[in-house]
Design a protein around this ligand. Structure first.
Ligand SMILES: *[C@@H]1O[C@H](CO)[C@@H](O)[C@H](O)[C@H]1NC(C)=O
Ligand SMILES: *[C@@H]1O[C@H](CO)[C@@H](O)[C@H](O)[C@H]1NC(C)=O
Ligand SMILES: *[C@@H]1O[C@H](CO)[C@@H](O)[C@H](O)[C@H]1NC(C)=O
Length: 319
């Protein structure tokens, strides 16, 4: 593969790629990275899934291909020398095989060692962030190892999805929250114990929590990098929501654009006494009576929708 494959038009490249199997594609990818001393401009992204039918899975996707990589333990084969294909990953020669047209990496140690090795390779050699990380998976120990790896190498993870099933042991919720931070989006769908409360900030731009009784207002106020925060399954008290509102009004959450917090307290009760923001008329017709607009910090106001069964506010510029 000595020819500059990237000079091919994308259509031609797609035709070529259709004729390559996953091992060849990955080989091509690695060679191309080596040749260019970095990633080619193919919008590469890496996805890591710890759960699902085949458990641990890495996926390398780009404009022209999408290669899933499964892991297997070499020890269970009688004759590992029977492997015909090897992939050169950095200094390592990894025996691989194709199973029903998918690529399987075989490693001497546990499957998770293989996954961590490969993650480490992408991180250190190519500086490739993890686009999607899906947790927890059946194997909690494996999940913990991946999370620790990510934390210790400070690998950037853009989106983290924590699934509801299999059920996480309580301590794992905290472990994940404190050790991986999504830069873009955190979806936390797992149920955590009733006693669990979280006070730290979460850094993701978008936070979506499904059973959020544990997500305290302190935690919300510390999540000051977030733009969108949705918390279901919580029941914030009136005073907590008013505290949040006053802090928001004081400019403590300058990036916030939208917030939904489940509560049994009515929006009118929460916003009572907060100064209203009134749009200067001229362009306005009938205003929606269920919207309560309150004055915010700087040139912003918040529109609280009282018709919803939760506290829902969107933030707008006054202009
Ligand atoms: C985060 O991970 C470290 C190990 O990497 C662990 O010692 C620590 O307890 C974890 N944090 C939580 C809150 O579990
Ligand atoms: C990794 O863990 C340390 C403490 O255990 C924490 O300060 C740091 O923010 C964590 N890193 C990420 C990316 O969340
Ligand atoms: C978030 O809070 C921290 C600690 O109070 C502060 O240093 C940081 O500037 C804040 N970020 C934003 C965007 O306000």
């Amino acid at each position: 593969m000595g020819f500059p494959i990237l000079k091919l038009p994308v259509v031609a490249l797609k035709v070529l790629v259709d004729h390559l199997n996953d091992v060849e594609l990955l080989q091509l990818f690695l060679l191309e990275c080596k040749r260019q001393g970095g990633l080619p401009e193919w919008n590469f992204n890496l996805r890591c899934r710890m759960e699902g039918r085949y458990e641990q899975l890495l996926r390398i996707c780009c404009n022209v291909f999408d290669v899933p990589i499964y892991f297997d333990n070499l020890r269970k084969y009688d004759k590992p020398e029977g492997f015909k294909k090897y992939l050169k990953i950095g200094e390592l020669l990894v025996p691989v095989y194709i199973f029903y047209s998918t690529l399987v990496f075989t490693v001497w140690e546990s499957k998770i060692d293989g996954l961590i090795q490969l993650l480490g390779y992408f991180e250190t050699q190519l500086n490739l962030p993890i686009e999607h990380l899906k947790l927890p998976g059946k194997d909690i120990e494996a999940m913990e190892r991946v999370v620790k790896h990510i934390n210790s190498t400070q690998t950037v993870v853009k989106n983290v999805l924590v699934e509801r099933y299999p059920q996480l042991p309580d301590y794992c919720g905290e472990f994940i929250l404190e050790n991986v931070s999504a830069t873009e989006k955190l979806c936390f769908n797992s149920k955590l114990g009733q006693e669990f409360e979280f006070y730290e900030g979460i850094r993701a731009k978008t936070i979506k929590i499904r059973f959020g009784h544990w997500f305290t207002i302190e935690s919300l106020l510390r999540s000051n990098e977030s733009e969108v925060i949705h918390v279901k399954g919580s029941n914030y008290a009136r005073e907590e929501l008013r505290w949040f509102l006053s802090q928001w009004k004081a400019g403590k959450l300058p990036k916030l654009k939208e917030v939904t917090l489940s509560t049994r307290v009515s929006a009118r009760d929460v916003t009572g006494g907060f100064e209203r923001w009134v749009e200067r008329c001229g362009k306005c017709g009938f205003s929606d009576i269920s919207i309560i607009s309150i004055k915010g910090y700087g040139g912003f106001h918040g529109s609280v929708d009282a018709s919803r069964g939760c506290f829902h506010m969107t933030i707008h510029s006054n202009k």
